[in-house]
Design a protein around this ligand. Sequence first.
Ligand SMILES: C[S@@+](CC[C@H](N)C(=O)[O-])C[C@H]1O[C@@H](n2cnc3c(N)ncnc32)[C@H](O)[C@@H]1O
Length: 438
Amino acid sequence: MGLKAQSPPPAHAFAREGRPAEEVGDSMKTRIAHLLQRAMGLDVSTIGRTGLEHAVRSRMNACSLSDSESYWNLLQASHAELQELIEAIVVSETWFFRDREAFDALGRMVMEEWLPAHFNQALRVVSLPCSTGEEPYSIAMALLDAGLPANRFKIDAIDISARALAVAGAAVYGGNSFRDRGLDFRDRYFRPVKKGHELTAAVRKRVHFRQGNLLAADLTTGGDCYDIIFCRNVLIYFDAPIQERVAKTLRDWLAPDGILFVGPSETFLIRSCGFVSANYSHAFAYRKEAAPAREAQEVPAAPRRKSKPAPLPAKVVASPVVFPQPKEPAADAEAAVPPAAALESATRLADAGHLKEAAKACEAYLRADAASVAAYYLLGLVRGAMGEDRRAADAYRKVIYLEPDHLGALTHLALLEQKSGDAAAARRLQSRVRRLDR
Ligand SMILES: C[S@@+](CC[C@H](N)C(=O)[O-])C[C@H]1O[C@@H](n2cnc3c(N)ncnc32)[C@H](O)[C@@H]1O
């Protein structure tokens, strides 16, 4: 999902005959928002009600219906139309080797840790949601590049969008799918065709696509647990109860020594759902929290202190997360510690879920160094995780003021602007992100 639903409906979407779709009233938007939340988990506030309106009107025009009540009746009666609306509201924004460090970490973890411990077994991986296929195919290429034989892994790839899956199946990609700077993989695994680049059959054969809804009770692993789960850039579009529900599914699906990869903006929420960092820098990789601590998590409102992850082989324990146990964290952060240590301390507080204290530590740091991009960015992430959107947006604006090309801050601020209903500001930021990406 992403920002597509904010764009005006394309001209061809207007009714062939009759009047174009009328405005969709607030109460109808609320009804449709609830329906979408039940059907696919979407929290409409994350894409904005204007986005919802555009998607609904585009579907009304496609169905030659001008009044929203008739469209509502159709939605109730037709599963196919509900799927069309879902197709109109999701954006399958993705590209090859998105957040490259995740794929580097995957290769290292599999070769150094998983392979020596699993003789004769095949690694089970799932990419959920897989969108148009770039993510699961990147996983396959990363594993082959790391040296894992093709018959030692199997990748499932699942998405709710039939249209995205059709693109994935065709495996022909244009320039937008190749946004990562290093493109040597394209020379090795693709051949140029008229419409872009076609992926070689050797990689395609490693990935098995199927349509599925993350929220569906009948969605199963189709066998054993997964050793690796990629669930990136979808949880941010769900509200807290649905995030927790999906996190439970992910915990059930993940092998005890398995690794879950999430998107950069999803790290805070996954930490509060029974996962702990797997200690791969910038890979956004998590392990299941040890069982007793997970039980402790059942007490909803109490701030939890994370337990340490299960012991890992020495080679992956290079920089273990040391969870702080601050009695007076704010004082700790503001006292005589040197600025760099204060920022590290703020990061550790955030990692441990002590968000208030982390925010205070960032602010203390900024009093000493008012031009620190890193501190403002961390403050933005922390305020965002605390649900303080306006203060998070202020922090991201400062980052962008200090470093106009800061991709993370631009992306987060775009989401926040969209959430607050300023679609134009969100679009401006998104186009900056796209320009930078290119
Ligand atoms: C932004 S893409 C993320 C793709 C990829 N994981 C990545 O990070 O590049 C989000 C995808 O989530 C899918 N999606 C949204 N809700 C879903 C649900 N309830 N079940 C399965 N897929 C869903 C959309 O169809 C879309 O393809």
